[in-house]
Design a protein around this ligand. Structure first.
Ligand SMILES: C[S@@+](CC[C@H](N)C(=O)[O-])C[C@H]1O[C@@H](n2cnc3c(N)ncnc32)[C@H](O)[C@@H]1O
Length: 311
């Protein structure tokens, strides 16, 4: 099946807010680190022509195919790279794409990935427990579930899923091994902690935790943010949309730290670190979706956008 046919199209989150705060302008260079279905990329391209260039990155070859199709009218102005954004600086260097005037991250997963049962991200349909953004990665969710000891599994579910019943869930997973499918995992979690609690399915947090662990999402974000500093031109904008409190904390702390001068402990009489501010925080208050966006796109509900400018 062609990926662009019959696929749920991903609705870009905080689209206008992201493009405005990125300050996309003609004749400048921008990087979209999470190309996905190309929604943000298309809006950036519309703002930067004539003369602007966009470099789009995605770890998922299926997303790359969808974005290539969507953006085929802009081939002269876009470079599309199938890679992990943890390699941001090297990708920009290899493509002679430095310095850049804006970098966008729209983190996490797209609706297209979520709704393809064979990717294993969701329990709406049965599928293999894969959850990799990139097929070049070795570790799958099934590996984590079937190999890790109970305490490590519980830690992942607790930390990344913010799941208070992580111990119970981990115990049931160990007892039910081998675990092969998304339906099987969802039913194990349901047995462990009971059926629906509130609006979300009891397995939602466990699935999110596994996805974050499989794709080293927090580590890759921290790595890429550091590299963004090396890529951004003076007054270049860094715009990050996150969907998880741990992601948002990484972005917030990174922006706060980089906007400070000396980072020595307060009792140090003379600065030893030599740190100078590299960023100015633009979004004093985080930007979140409007009530109408939340209503029309429930997946936007947890989105938080932060912006900083390179000094
Ligand atoms: C929320 S979607 C982006 C949607 C996109 N902004 C749009 O408007 O269509 C996130 C995308 O980031 C990709 N992604 C997540 N982590 C990545 C990483 N470390 N490196 C590269 N791509 C990544 C996922 O494969 C997914 O396609």
């Amino acid at each position: 099946m062609s990926l662009t046919m019959a696929m749920p199209i991903h609705k870009s989150v905080l689209l206008n807010e992201a493009i405005e705060t990125l300050q996309a302008r003609p004749r400048k260079r921008y990087v979209d680190c999470t190309l996905g279905s190309g929604g943000h990329a298309e809006a950036i391209l519309e703002k930067i022509l004539p003369g602007g260039q966009l470099l789009g990155i995605d770890a998922d070859p299926d997303a790359i195919e969808i974005a290539k199709n969507r953006l085929h009218n802009y081939v002269e102005s876009i470079i599309i790279i199938n890679d992990n954004f943890a390699n941001l600086e090297a990708i920009c260097r290899e493509n002679s794409f430095l310095p850049v005037h804006g970098i966008l991250f729209d983190l996490g997963i797209s609706s297209t990935q979520l709704e393809l049962s064979e990717r294993g991200f969701s329990f709406q349909d049965d599928g293999p427990l894969d959850m990799r953004f990139s097929p070049t990665q070795e570790l799958t969710a099934a590996d984590i579930l079937n190999i890790l000891p109970e305490d490590k599994l519980s830690q992942i579910i607790k930390t990344y899923g913010e799941e208070r019943y992580s111990k119970k869930i981990a115990r049931h997973i160990i007892k039910s091994r081998p675990i092969k499918s998304t339906f099987q995992l969802a039913s194990i979690v349901e047995k462990a902690i009971g059926s629906r609690r509130g609006k979300i399915h009891p397995a939602t947090r466990t699935f999110m935790a596994l996805r974050i662990a499989v794709n080293s999402e927090l580590e890759n974000l921290a790595t890429a943010l550091k590299q963004a500093m090396a890529c951004l031109d003076h007054q270049g904008r860094l715009v990050v949309i996150s969907y998880h409190s741990l992601e948002d904390r990484i972005v917030k702390q990174f922006m706060q730290r980089e906007s400070k001068g000396c980072l020595c402990p307060p009792e140090t009489p003379i600065c030893q670190c030599g740190h100078t501010p590299g960023l100015k925080i633009i979004s004093k208050k985080i930007i979140t979706p409007s009530p109408s966006e939340r209503k029309s796109n429930p997946r936007s509900r947890s989105a938080k956008l932060r912006v900083a400018e390179r000094l």
